[in-house]
Design a protein around this ligand. Structure first.
Ligand SMILES: Nc1ncnc2c1ncn2[C@@H]1O[C@H](COP(=O)(O)OP(=O)(O)OP(=O)(O)O)[C@@H](O)[C@H]1O
Ligand SMILES: [Mg+2]
Length: 321
């Protein structure tokens, strides 16, 4: 609801023409994008795409070779302290003392940050749903609880940007769901920009408002998850037909320039319409019927659209299609 009001969008992170080399290898290549307060933004890409490297540059863990990154208007390199005051991040495992309680860990961490009140500690504990367990030692926490404590820790100093590299790694489905709900709530209710990374499309589809797809260090697309799920701007529409004569139908559909038949058996076929050509569906249907084909059903194919799109874009092997 709150997102639909579309107040003005505040830029949280601005990445401008950023490149990074490791030795002679360019692992981040002229990457530019903006993320906004109040959204969950995901870096989606296969292993080695450059997600962690980009995140490390944004949180100041490694230098930027070319280009600039700003956090809430402050340049990460030129105004480091100011930029970092607005970021909370978990890139590697958060530093925690297992023999201490969750609460004492947060207190310990709070000492290193300015202006964290006991009230704020209570607030973040509540936000991540650990109120009932916060007085237990971390050694008794599940991985999911530790991850949530890490999020609480990263939020202590009221950052406008929360950056988490592969936050759901190793969590079970219940843990993933709970973290996902927490992150979405934080973003939408607290107007924080939450940035996550993952190589799992299905997960990003559920967690994010927008995703940026990174392949071989290049940002190849930024899009809302809704658009990707609808599948329109990348793969075009996919439809499944139940008809009387799929061979004849294939020939007819093959005559349309922007449509292709991708699978057939005698009574079923699937067609793929190129992006932006969904309107020809009615023309196709009319032509099928006029040619004496019984058209029982036509259904859009839903489901793993983001995954389809991702595989389509990367050809499944991390190479740009
Ligand atoms: N410290 C480093 N020295 C040399 N090469 C590195 C270093 N860190 C990363 N790389 C290389 O940079 C490329 C991008 O790595 P990065 O860790 O950013 O990918 P990623 O998208 O986070 O992948 P994953 O999904 O596996 O976490 C990879 O080819 C990796 O081998
Ligand atoms: Mg990584």
């Amino acid at each position: 609801m709150e997102r639909e009001m579309e107040l003005e969008k505040n830029i949280a992170v601005k990445i401008e023409h950023v490149s990074k080399w490791f030795g002679k290898r360019k692992v981040v290549d002229d990457l530019s994008l903006e993320t906004y307060e109040g959204e969950v933004f995901g870096f989606l890409g296969p292993n080695g795409a450059g997600k962690t490297t980009t995140i490390k540059m944004a949180v100041g863990l490694i230098g930027i070779d070319e280009g600039h990154i700003e956090i809430c208007g402050a340049d990460v390199e030129k105004k480091f302290e100011k930029a970092m005051a607005n970021v909370g991040g978990i890139v590697e495992n958060p530093e925690m003392y297992k023999y201490m309680t969750g609460l004492n860990n947060l207190k310990q961490y709070a000492r290193m940050r300015k202006g964290v009140t006991p009230e704020r500690i209570r607030e973040v504990v509540e936000l991540v749903g650990l109120t009932n367990r916060i007085n237990e030692k971390i050694s008794r926490y599940s991985l999911g609880m530790r991850q949530r404590l890490g999020v609480a820790q990263a939020l202590l100093h009221h950052p406008k940007v929360l950056i988490l590299d592969e936050p759901t790694n190793g969590l079970d489905p219940a843990g993933i769901r709970s973290l996902r709900d927490i992150l979405r709530t934080i973003a939408h209710k607290e107007q924080i920009c939450v940035i996550v990374s993952s190589h799992l499309m299905s997960e990003m589809q559920l967690m994010c408002d927008r995703v940026g797809i990174i392949v071989n260090g290049k940002l190849i697309r930024v899009t809302s998850v809704e658009e990707l799920v609808q599948g329109e701007n990348i793969t075009g529409g996919r439809y499944r037909y139940h008809i009387s004569d799929s061979e004849k139908a294939s020939q007819i559909i093959g005559g349309f320039q922007n449509a292709s038949v991708i699978e057939t058996d005698p009574n079923h076929l699937e067609i793929l319409l190129e992006a932006g050509n969904e309107q020809i569906l009615s023309e196709i249907n009319r032509k099928l019927v006029l040619n004496g084909i019984e058209l029982y059903t036509v259904a859009p194919i839903e489901g793993q659209k983001l995954e389809d799109a991702f595989i389509e874009l990367t050809k499944g092997d991390g190479q740009i299609a």
